[in-house]
Design a protein around this ligand. Structure first.
Ligand code: CP
Ligand code: NVA
Length: 299
């Protein structure tokens, strides 16, 4: 049975926790200069039809650090981008590499790819979810504040791919999730229904952030929604995470954002650049947690 990582809850709560534990160990190992060649002679194919800084650099550097190799395959360069069927691409690419990381718009395409792949598939962001980022966020919270179990998290802004993955994480990591999104930008109804026991929907952002342990937000217009930028700026104008909002949370509360961020839009500069902000660790931890994920999927 091939293990894939397409949705956060493809893995059991136990396995997710073990991956994070392993990531913390790998980080210490890496920082102390220890060499780990556990993926020597292994190849990761990285298929991108959207831009990326963190995902690309972390997977590529991670494979190098573990003694393997990563192949960057932009849709502009491979036949997939010229219309070669997903199924044919999955059969061919998976016959030559050990794992495939894929960032394409359609979640369904990633699903189809995985059904025809002979090696593990990692979802590196789809229109529906971004599970790798949640691994890094959960690792980061644990490093700074200990277990997130029984804590309360507020999601402020778009009910997008990151929001959906926080909803799944609320179940997997056992925290409460308050969601405040503008009326027409709620998470998908299927997520709201399936995870109803783990989430609370709010209309007022201040109430959603009251006494919470973590406030998270994301861009107002995701990749592929560039033409909606202006419309979204109007719809989201009262959904900025600023110091007033942070002051509603617990004094120990922290701020997260998967990046890239827009200061003065979804977050004020004095929040993202404050001591309460964990955004740089979240980004750095993509490296360590994905190394742990690769070891889990490939061994
Ligand atoms: N957070 C994240 O996935 O960043 P990139 O789009 O730069 O990969
Ligand atoms: N919601 C954002 C996340 C980027 C990492 C997007 O899909 O563009």
């Amino acid at each position: 049975m091939i293990k894939h990582f397409i949705n956060l809850n493809d893995l059991s709560n136990y396995d997710l926790t073990q991956i994070i534990k392993q990531a913390i160990k790998l980080k210490e190992q890496y920082k102390s200069g220890k060499i780990n060649k556990a993926l020597e002679n292994k190849t990761l194919a990285m298929i991108f039809d959207k831009s990326s800084t963190r995902t690309r650099v972390s997977f590529e550097a991670g494979m190098t650090q573990l003694g393997g190799r990563a192949l960057f395959l932009s849709d502009k360069d491979i036949q997939l981008g010229r219309g070669e069927p997903i199924i044919d691409s999955a059969i061919v690419i998976s016959s030559m590499v050990d794992a495939i990381m894929i960032r394409v718009s359609s979640h369904e395409d990633i699903q189809t790819f995985s059904e025809h792949s002979s090696v593990p598939i990692i979802n590196a962001l789809s229109d529906e979810s971004h599970p790798c980022q949640l691994l890094a966020d959960m690792m980061t919270y644990q490093e700074y504040n200990g277990s997130i179990a029984n804590k309360t998290v507020a999601w402020i802004g778009d009910g997008n791919n990151m929001c959906h993955t926080y909803i799944q994480a609320a179940k997997s990591f056992n925290f409460k999730l308050n969601i405040a999104a503008p009326k027409n930008y709620q998470p998908n109804q299927s997520f709201i229904e399936k995870y109803a026991n783990h989430i609370h929907l709010f209309t007022d952002i201040k109430t959603a952030c009251k006494e919470v342990d973590l406030i998270v937000t994301d861009v107002w217009a995701s990749m592929g929604q560039e033409t909606e930028q202006i419309k979204r700026e109007i719809a989201f104008k009262d959904f900025q995470v600023d110091t007033v909002l942070m002051s509603k949370a617990k004094p120990t509360a922290v701020f997260m954002h998967c990046l890239p961020a827009h200061r003065g839009k979804e977050v004020s500069a004095n929040v993202i650049d404050s001591n309460q902000s964990l955004v740089w660790s979240e980004a750095e931890n993509r490296l360590h947690v994905q190394k742990a994920l690769l070891l889990y999927l490939l061994n």
